[in-house]
Design a protein around this ligand. Structure first.
Ligand SMILES: [Zn+2]
Length: 211
């Protein structure tokens, strides 16, 4: 999600000011796939997006997950997708055909999932699969359309798809109180909605529902 004005104009400015592994960390898994799943606002920045991105990637797709580890004022670690640049992500995108980014839009778009991005074919397939699984999907959203060519998700050779989930859709995917992220937590309790979401997005990409 985009905030009116980011605290840091770039990821490099953020990294100059904050401490790696204390305030933020980056998880990168290059599986040699031509599809890369990206959580640019993971950790406490957009809670749930890291965990969802990891499940969508499963054991086949590349994963890039930038995690804000600071729980207070986590929004200050949000660098908008059109300005989000990281050498390790660039390295992945060099051999990526399709990119998929996972975001939370907080209180906006209540109950809905907004699908954007410049790969219209994959966008349509994801919209169809999510609708079939009972999600309320908007492929023509008022904001967060992800159509800017500089958006990180569109830097893959065939561009990509940006998924914005409202906070209450994410909350229904987890059987827990509080934000679905913990810096030392590897397994979180999930619900049937989590499996439905992950399965729908994976099958839109021609993958088995479960990793
Ligand atoms: Zn975001």
């Amino acid at each position: 999600m985009a905030y009116p004005k980011d605290f840091y104009p770039s990821l490099s400015a953020l990294k100059r000011d904050l401490v790696k592994d204390k305030h933020y960390r980056t998880k990168v898994v290059d599986r040699g796939s031509d599809i890369t799943v990206i959580a640019p606002h993971g950790g406490f920045i957009e809670p749930g997006s890291s965990y969802i991105a990891r499940a969508v990637a499963g054991s086949q797709l590349n994963l890039y997950d930038f995690q804000g580890l600071r729980r207070r004022r986590a929004q200050e670690l949000h660098v908008t997708s059109t300005r989000f640049r990281d050498r390790r992500l660039n390295d992945l995108l060099l051999h990526t055909r399709l990119a998929l980014s996972i975001h939370s839009m907080g209180e906006q778009g209540s109950g809905e999932i907004w699908i954007g991005g410049l790969n219209l074919e994959l966008k349509q397939r994801i919209c169809d699969q999510l609708s079939l699984s009972g999600f309320v999907v908007n492929g023509d959203s008022p904001r967060y359309r992800g159509v800017h060519p500089a958006n990180i998700v569109n830097l893959a050779s065939e561009h990509g798809v940006q998924i914005e989930l409202s906070g209450n859709v994410i909350a229904a995917m987890f059987a827990m109180e509080g934000p679905p992220f913990g810096r030392r937590v590897t397994q979180l309790p999930t619900t049937e909605r989590f499996d439905a979401f992950v399965g729908a997005v994976r099958s839109a990409m021609g993958l088995e529902a479960a990793a």
